[in-house]
Design a protein around this ligand. Structure first.
Ligand code: S3P
Length: 452
């Protein structure tokens, strides 16, 4: 599990132009959902392009623990033999979700309306994250949860014996909470309704419909009302997982900042509820070409061609936050290399991710010589201009894959190398990060290679 082993420091040295074609791994959000819905369908679903990162492997193990048969049949190819809606059995042991908030929250939702009990835990990062946001709506279905202070893990969830459908308005813009409610609603008779004042990633809705659930989405006042009809029979499906736009973002950032670079990243998921970073980068002056690819399995995809560009700071509006919530760390790195100031508002949710990402980015950038300002809900980065970041620091990754990858990208263009104290967590979402980056011209070295 991520974070349970010894630390793996890694250093990124300034490098020459990046060039080539890079196939980033499958989308993490879609991968979790494919396994969970596959396990809730009757019969055998096939998944291609599954992300084989630790977060997703932990969800696969959880689905096995609830009674589904989950097998790896090839590279990224998986077979899930589901037990049907309401068919989960009680796990014999604690469910360890490792580093994954998505895994923990979605699996809790999926089991909350079955008459079984399960105890969930995770690594130090996951055990520190708020779970009340999930416990509150799940208890409306009739489930009971006993966790630590603030509902934190380890937490025992007793599923509802006689679930009732709920109507729930999301108090925070969270696709994880929305998805947990929808998954719980599958095994409740009648209509479960989720109202989201700000749209968040809609992979669960798309995949539920792909699996044959009856689900309706109405747009209202800039938000969405999602209605799911309970107790469907989900049929097995073929699922093609698009490549992860959040992982592609690191390649994009590296190519944009390292002079002379040009990379092609094929088959990237570009669902509009995930594409906020790309909108922001175009405003900053990035040269990115998007070539549409047929959307397989209901998720839009594009090939991205990215060339080194001079970027200018921008104000990122708060309403864009849900569509780029995981990309603020790498945007902060891009902003540090831009001319002018970048202001990111409405980003308080970053404080409860795998780490407090506002604090992690602010402290790390300062250590690398970048001027930043922050408040509870805002991060401001004063750009040092192209090639202007000093670097030459060791930054704490805080059990957070995206913090680690962001600072390794910074090291590629800083005047001095940047080290992250632990690159281990990168394996949760992007296990091939180091070979892929080095394969197109980066110079990432593990601590042992530094000494050798
Ligand atoms: C995710 C939703 C987001 C995101 C996370 C993945 C998902 O979290 O940060 O990496 O797959 O639903 P929140 O729903 O907490 O914003």
């Amino acid at each position: 599990m991520a974070g349970h082993g010894a630390r793996v420091p890694m250093t990124s040295h300034p490098c020459g132009p990046l060039s080539g074609t890079v196939e980033v791994p499958g989308d993490k959000s879609v991968s979790h959902r494919a396994l969970i819905l596959g396990a809730m369908a009757v019969g055998e679903s096939r998944i291609r392009g599954l992300l084989e990162g630790q977060d997703v492997l932990d969800t696969a193990a959880a689905m096995r623990a609830f009674g589904a048969r989950v097998e790896r049949t090839g590279n990224g190819e998986w077979l899930v033999h589901g037990v049907g809606v309401g068919g989960f059995g009680e796990p014999e042991d604690v469910i360890d979700c490792g580093n994954s908030g998505t895994g923990a929250r979605l699996v809790m939702g999926a089991m909350a309306t079955s008459p079984i009990t399960a105890t969930f835990t995770g690594d130090a990062s996951l055990r520190s994250r708020p779970m009340k946001r999930i416990v509150e709506p799940l208890s409306k279905f009739g489930a009971h949860a006993y966790g630590r202070e603030g509902g934190r893990l380890p937490l025992t969830l007793i599923g509802a014996r006689h679930p009732v459908p709920v109507r729930y308005t999301l108090p925070v813009a969270s696709a994880q909470v929305k998805s947990a409610v929808l998954l719980a609603g599958l095994n409740a008779p009648g209509e479960t309704v989720v109202v989201e004042p700000q749209p968040t990633r809609d992979h669960t809705e798309r995949m539920l419909s792909h699996f044959g659930a009856e689900i309706r989405v109405d747009e209202k006042d800039g938000g969405r009302i999602i209605t799911l009809y309970g107790l469907p029979e989900l049929g097995p499906q073929e699922i093609v997982v698009p490549r992860d736009p959040s992982s592609a973002a690191f390649l994009v950032a590296a190519a944009l900042t390292v002079p002379g670079s040009e990379v092609l990243i094929p088959g990237v998921g570009l669902n509009s509820t995930r594409a906020g970073l790309y909108e922001t980068l175009l405003e900053m002056g990035a040269e990115i070409e998007f070539e549409d690819v047929d959307d397989e399995g209901g998720e839009p995809m594009a090939n991205l061609r990215v060339r080194h560009s001079t970027l200018t700071g921008v104000e990122v509006p708060p309403e864009r936050a849900p569509s780029m919530i995981d990309e603020y760390p790498i945007l902060a790195v891009l902003a540090a290399n831009a001319e002018g100031t970048t202001v990111m508002r409405g980003v308080r949710e970053l404080r409860v991710k795998e780490s407090d990402r506002i604090d992690a980015m602010a402290r790390g950038l300062e250590a690398c010589g970048v001027r930043v300002e922050e408040d509870e809900d805002t991060l401001v980065v004063h750009g040092a201009g192209p090639g202007g970041v000093r670097g030459g620091a060791t930054v704490a990754a805080r059990l957070d894959h995206r913090i680690a990858m962001s600072f390794l990208c910074l090291g590629m263009v800083a005047r001095h190398p940047v080290t992250v104290d632990d690159a281990g967590p990168i394996a949760t979402s992007f296990p091939t990060f180091e070979p892929l980056m080095n394969g197109v011209g980066a110079d990432l070295r593990m601590a042992a290679e530094e000494v050798a």
